[in-house]
Design a protein around this ligand. Structure first.
Ligand code: R5P
Length: 292
């Protein structure tokens, strides 16, 4: 059965690697912008009756989402038999509940948008696992936290992995299991967006402490964690490195020896590639549906 990989402009680095690993060609596509910023998309390949894998990260939020919608919807319109959407980073996932009356449950609306053109969706470490249940179509999570563990394996002395709050403890547990060490977590309270209060203190003065989180945005959560852990050395890893507000610099300034993220979002420290982990999961799925 015929299959090709398409990508918008936000995750081409992953699309190329996944294409090589799966030996599935990249489909020809033009994505450009009109002078007013509107997106233009042209699929330059016959996709009739093809299975199309569409990879797009959405860290530039609305811009990436519209690009994704135009590509996905056009693939379907041109007769693709199946669109498999892969989201290395799913935007709006932190607004996953109505925290106060009248608020949009933003990620639910984004899920509906993805369902317009997707037959199946793979999300790399969504902010909360229950987001997957918002989909009415088949949807799966791909957990890449072990890739962070593999990166730090043999780099740390007497390591312990710590998550800055209970929400990221599963990531800490998984990273710790691939390093082969223990894990712990801090108790955090969010006062306002970008403003957090840590309610506990950890003493690991003889350990290299690796602090891990799913997302680093302003860096506030990680900095508060560093302030509340006594460690020999601090290392920091995350899955989705948004790194706004000069946060990489700030985290180093607070004493981190190394700050690193995966490449679900390309950034100056996205040294850990998740392309193989994604490709392996896609390979299993393509075998299941008899495309490979
Ligand atoms: C929150 O629940 C997330 O897991 C991250 O801790 C948070 O998004 C990080 O944001 P910031 O870097 O702005 O503190």
């Amino acid at each position: 059965m015929k299959c090709s990989i398409f990508s918008g402009t936000s995750a081409q680095h992953l699309a190329f690697e996944i294409s090589k690993f799966l030996n599935i060609p990249i489909g020809k596509i033009t994505v450009k912008r009109f002078p007013d910023g509107e997106c233009y998309v042209k699929i330059e390949k016959d996709v009739k009756n093809e299975t199309c894998i569409l990879i797009q990260s959405t860290y530039r939020q609305d811009k990436d989402l519209i690009e994704l919608l135009l590509i996905g919807d056009t693939l379907k319109d041109l007769g693709a038999s199946k669109v498999i959407t892969v989201l290395p980073y799913l935007a709006y996932s932190r607004q996953d509940r109505r925290f106060s009356e009248g608020e949009a449950i933003s990620v639910k609306s984004i899920v509906k948008l993805l369902e317009i053109f997707s037959d199946v969706v793979f999300v790399i470490n969504p902010h909360k696992s229950y987001i997957i249940d918002y989909f009415k179509i088949d949807a799966f999570e791909i957990d890449v936290s072990k890739d962070i563990g593999e990166y730090f394996k043999n780099k740390l002395k007497n390591p312990i992995v710590v998550s800055p709050d209970i929400g990221a403890v599963n990531i800490a547990k998984s990273v710790a299991s691939s390093i082969g060490c223990g894990y712990d977590y801090l108790e955090k309270k969010r006062l306002a967006p970008g403003e957090v209060e840590v309610k506990s203190r950890l003493e690991y003065e003889n350990n290299d402490v690796l602090i891990v989180d799913d997302i680093i945005d302003s860096g506030g959560t990680i900095i508060r964690a560093i302030e509340n852990i006594k460690a020999k050395n601090y290392f920091v890893g995350c899955i989705h490195g948004l790194f706004n507000q000069n946060s990489i610099y700030k985290i180093y300034a607070y004493g981190a020896k190394e700050v690193v993220s995966t490449d679900t979002i390309p950034n100056p420290v996205s040294k850990i590639s998740v392309s193989k982990t994604i490709a392996k999961r896609l390979k299993d799925y393509l075998k299941e549906i008899k495309v490979l």
